[in-house]
Design a protein around this ligand. Structure first.
Ligand SMILES: [Zn+2]
Length: 299
């Protein structure tokens, strides 16, 4: 183990005078997962870390709205299978057979079996340090609005304590009636023989999951939050593809000087991100939370 602080390999000597070591980004990492934390000098110059708070004479209200997007990477560290896993749950299924409305019409039993397996997997996993850090950030966030948007369909954010949470791709623990649109919580196996508890019809209950060709949930809420965001972070999701890149772009150019973070052990290098924390979520998220909770110069 070794401790490292700010790593800024791309910075040249010209910039060094303005870049003090940033303790908030310090993290203990093992030699096997050493990452980099890049903090661009403009962050300090623009005072994003709350320089207003350090200068009492300004007496300006510090409102900072935060929007966070999480993806498969944060759940993978809890042991949730991802589509990319070899020998994972997904390997036995072809995505086109289980994740589209057409697939459900063709073979609803197979689709239900697949989601029953994924639902059952929830009982064997626990929220990790990244989920817990985000829940703690939300609890302590009094400086502005907070919204956590997740692409994940598991319930690990809820179990960690997150409340201002939007599942843009739906939830494993919910079923929806194709007949009356009722959404019910369901934590056991589901099948085509189930009756809708709202309208009584059978063969209408489907996983409340956003499949290919369907519109993600909460896009209006997401759009509004991104337009008001002062801090945006994409965690454990590819920064080059939708939605991370699109969300980051919307936030970055919202006219509020929003600072955008990517937390990803395999960073994509997307230019839309101001800050990169090249670590697994369980290391990078606590560092990010510490950074935005205790900006430079504050206790
Ligand atoms: Zn119904």
């Amino acid at each position: 183990m070794h401790q490292y602080g700010l790593s800024s390999p791309s910075q040249n000597a010209r910039n060094n005078a303005s870049i003090a070591p940033v303790k908030v980004f310090s993290a203990k990492v093992s030699s096997s997962n050493v990452g980099m934390v890049l903090v661009k000098p403009k962050l300090r110059q623009r005072g994003i870390w709350g320089s207003q708070r350090r200068n009492a004479s300004l007496k300006m209200p510090v409102m900072r709205n935060i929007v966070i997007l999480t993806g498969a990477g944060i759940s993978a560290e809890s042991g949730i299978s991802t589509f990319r896993d070899a020998n994972g749950l997904w390997e036995r299924y072809r995505i086109e057979d289980v994740a589209s409305p057409d697939a459900f019409r063709r073979d609803p039993d197979t689709v239900h079996r697949f989601y029953n397996l994924r639902r059952a997997q929830l009982s064997s996993v626990q929220p990790n340090a990244a989920h817990l850090a985000l829940a703690a950030l939300e609890r302590g966030w009094t400086e502005g609005d907070f919204l956590l948007i997740t692409q994940n369909v598991d319930d690990l954010h809820e179990r960690a304590g997150s409340q201002k949470l939007l599942h843009m791709h739906g939830e494993l623990l919910k079923l929806r009636c194709d007949g009356c649109e009722a959404v019910i919580r369901h934590d056991g196996d589901a099948g085509t023989d189930m009756a809708c508890t709202a309208c009584g019809r059978r063969k209408t209950m489907r996983p409340d999951i956003v499949w290919f060709g369907e519109v993600p949930f909460g896009l209006d809420q997401t759009s509004k939050a991104l337009l008001q965001a002062d801090i945006f972070a994409a965690i454990g999701t590819s920064g080059m593809v939708y939605p991370a890149a699109a969300f980051a772009e919307r936030a970055k150019f919202n006219g509020r000087g929003c600072v955008t973070f990517e937390i990803n052990p395999e960073p994509t290098g997307a230019l839309v991100f101001d800050q990169l924390i090249a670590q697994p979520a369980t290391l990078g998220v606590p560092a990010f939370v510490a950074a935005v909770s205790h900006p430079l110069g504050t206790p």
